[in-house]
Design a binder for this molecule. Structure first.
Ligand SMILES: Nc1ncnc2c1ncn2[C@@H]1O[C@H](COP(=O)(O)OP(=O)(O)OP(=O)(O)O)[C@@H](O)[C@H]1O
Length: 689
């Protein structure tokens, strides 16, 4: 690397900050700039002369004065939150109030908005900085290394480590030292590679919390990929480690070179350099590995980014997605107070459940679908001595059979092909110290039943492919809407397991047995909706009381959502009630409906499409046929010329309803709205009538 003739001095407020920033700078520009650093609270004062001096914050300007000698340029670094430690934030429970502590109002605000942008929104962050009046004494604080600024009443401090220097400051440094021209590409690719590493961490943490935006998912998946960026001159500016491995070309031999000198595969080269299309996907075999290659432009000047995804990994990712299903309800934090209703049977069930909660025993909850089994399970957990432990809800009907076992009990490395290195904890281990809610227990296979029985009896488990006995301390609450006794008769459910589960028993009343509660529930759901001031015609309530509500409270909620979407003038009227066919049929005939749906004889939803909605379906169908993008604006335009005119806003709410009914789906970007297969069938049926 030759002699380092350029130098800079970093002055930080604390030793921790000094170490972090010194590391960061060395990683990015240490190759060609000598970096000295001091922290004003730990080092003896040494005056420096003829130097570029970087201050970690405006706050240390005063103390820094003693260090600054003759002929120095002083620069205060701009800093961004260090996302490497972001997973710590996820240890705080959802919805918790947390102080975000930093030196200035601006830096606090900046950090809070970057959290938002990144989809980290599970906490209520309250800004805090020196001098801020803060009445409420919050118990938890997050701070980027500013431990001294945390107010004394805080009991738990989460230190996410000092913020890092942002790219603009690094560019300024290069500029001041006259290195910008020569080093900018190299530096920006290094900066990007550190940031992508951060994004990956961020992604993992996010995934953990199962709270990950679509956008971020792309970033996360992105960092397992090879990434190549090319500037408008065709020179490579980013070439990450994964890509080194994939293409078997060292980064050193790629950065700064022209693509044509690096990528020897002719078709791949053509694919990358084809700028006629903004975006393209291709499938390539390189060094006998298969890749999905995606190319897109990130700015009008023509910076091209190409990602390389290992095709075999894509399959693994799909599996991962399925796993996410299980974790739903990680945060289902219902309490008994959330269970609405005054019917004596509900009240006494709640009373019993409260008592059962205090015990350690296994509970079986029986109730039709939508009666609130999960609600009860969660309330029981939070009213139990385990309320500080985790509550995990597993829905077996949502899980592919072959995943159930490894999900529940975990596996050891090498248990099967595709098993992760180091093995994986199952949900039972993850729920340790807490409660696991096993929904639709009637759906599990006999094999899983046998394992489950062992856990209940022995309070210990073996991972799949493992031989180490792992003790588990988990309370089980199971639920079913099936008749387990008849499953037992058919030999599909083990009798011994049944008795283990049913140590304590709760039967949840169906909604049709407590119709008095319908009014309460409706009131409650309206309060929770985004239109809390909506009124209900008296007649509506009377009508609603006449239904059988086979889908129970969930169905009532769906019905209300429908009515909220179609109603006008802030009032739900009788005509807003969906037609009879919208409602769930009794259990037996539900099966028949499913069969009819499959054979596409008579989709049951179509009859209750009111005229307006079915016109809308027709408009979408016609637009789709002409190959036009079906946007809300376009639909609104069409309604202007015939029938009843709908504003864009009205179109939106109706589309949402159609989407809920499964008739249309929203596609991203240019494709707009589309009829689903089901929607098309419904359209044709309607035409034939
Ligand atoms: N008594 C109640 N008060 C308020 N909301 C309720 C009540 N009962 C159920 N709900 C709501 O109804 C919906 C369905 O409840 P939940 O998921 O607990 O039912 P479930 O019996 O577990 O259904 P399934 O067996 O189909 O999974 C949820 O949105 C829940 O919040």
């Amino acid at each position: 690397m030759g002699m380092k003739t350029k130098e800079l001095t970093l002055l930080a407020g604390s030793e921790e900050t000094r170490r972090t920033l010194d590391n960061q700078l060395n990683e990015i520009i240490g190759d060609f700039i000598r970096i000295r650093s001091y922290s004003v609270d730990a080092h003896k004062v040494t005056k420096v002369h003829n130097q570029l001096i970087i201050l970690s914050s405006h706050l240390i300007e005063e103390e820094a004065k003693d260090y600054i000698g003759d002929n120095c340029t002083v620069l205060v670094a701009r800093r961004i939150v260090n996302f490497l430690n972001i997973d710590k934030i996820y240890s705080v429970a959802r919805g918790e109030k947390v102080l975000y502590v930093n030196d200035f109002p601006e830096t606090v605000q900046e950090a809070i908005s970057s959290f938002e942008i990144l989809g980290i929104n599970h906490l209520q962050l309250i800004p805090y900085f020196p001098g801020k009046k803060q009445k409420e004494q919050i118990k938890i604080a997050i701070t980027p290394g500013e431990l001294d600024l945390v107010p004394p009443y805080v009991e738990e401090v989460i230190n996410i480590g000092p913020r890092l220097i942002d790219i603009t400051t690094i560019i300024t440094i290069l500029n001041r030292l006259g290195l910008l021209e020569e080093k900018q590409d190299q530096v920006s690719s290094k900066y990007i590679s550190t940031i992508t590493r951060l994004s990956k961490r961020l992604g993992d943490a996010n995934q953990e919390a199962n709270k990950i935006s679509d956008h971020l998912k792309k970033v996360v998946n992105g960092v397992n990929d090879g990434i190549l960026a090319i500037n408008q001159l065709g020179r490579i500016t980013v070439f990450n480690e994964i890509l080194e491995r994939f293409l078997r070309i060292p980064m050193k031999k790629a950065i700064d070179r022209h693509v044509r000198d690096v990528i020897s595969d002719r078709t791949l080269y053509d694919f990358i350099m084809n700028k006629r299309e903004e975006e393209a996907d291709g499938y390539f075999t390189i060094n006998s590995m298969n890749f999905m290659v995606h190319r897109f432009m990130i700015d009008p000047q023509g910076t091209v980014v190409v990602t390389f995804k290992d095709a075999s990994e894509t399959i693994e990712m799909e599996k991962q997605l399925k796993r996410e299903l299980v974790k739903k309800g990680f945060y289902g934090k219902y309490h008994f107070e959330d269970i609405v209703g005054n019917h004596p049977e509900l009240l006494s069930t709640k009373e019993i459940a409260r008592k059962l909660a205090k015990t350690e025993l296994t509970i079986l909850i029986q109730g039709e679908s939508g009666t609130g089994k999960e609600l009860f399970a969660s309330s029981i957990h939070y009213a139990s001595p385990r309320s500080n432990g985790p509550f995990l809800a597993v829905n077996f009907s949502a899980l592919p059979e072959d995943l159930v076992e490894s999900e529940l009990f975990g596996y050891e490395e090498g248990a099967f092909s595709g098993a992760k290195k180091g093995g994986r904890k199952g949900l039972f281990e993850q729920a340790n110290g807490g409660t696991i809610f096993l929904d639709e227990i009637g759906d599990i296979s006999l094999k899983v039943q046998a394992r489950l029985l062992r856990v209940l009896q022995e309070k210990e488990l073996l991972r799949i492919g493992g031989n180490k006995i792992i003790p588990v301390d988990v309370r089980v609450v199971a639920a079913t809407n099936k008749d387990l006794l008849s499953l037992m008769e058919e030999g599909k459910f083990r009798e011994d397991l049944y008795h283990r589960l049913k140590v304590l028993f709760l039967q949840l009343p169906a909604l049709r047995k407590r119709k008095e509660d319908i009014a309460h529930l409706i009131h409650h759901f309206i309060q929770q909706s985004d239109q809390p001031s909506i009124k209900l015609e008296v007649e509506v309530l009377e009508r609603l009381k006449h239904y059988n509500w086979y889908g129970n409270i969930r169905e009532l909620k769906n019905t209300l959502d429908y009515m909220l979407a179609v109603c006008e003038e802030n009032t739900i009227k009788v005509e807003d009630i969906p037609n009879e066919g919208f409602f769930q049929q009794a259990r037996k005939s539900m099966k028949e409906v499913a069969v009819t749906l499959e054979s596409a004889e008579l989709p049951y939803i179509q009859q209750d499409l009111n005229e307006e909605l079915s016109n809308l379906v027709e408009i979408i169908y016609q637009l789709q046929r002409t190959g036009e993008t079906v946007s809300r604006v376009k639909i609104s335009e069409v309604t202007r010329s015939g029938g009843r005119f709908l504003t864009e806003q009205q179109v939106r709410s109706r589309l949402e309803t159609l989407e809920k009914m499964g008739l249309v789906e929203k596609k991203r970007g240019r494709q707009g709205t589309k009829l689903t297969v089901f929607g098309e069938k419904t359209f044709h049926m309607k035409k034939r009538q």
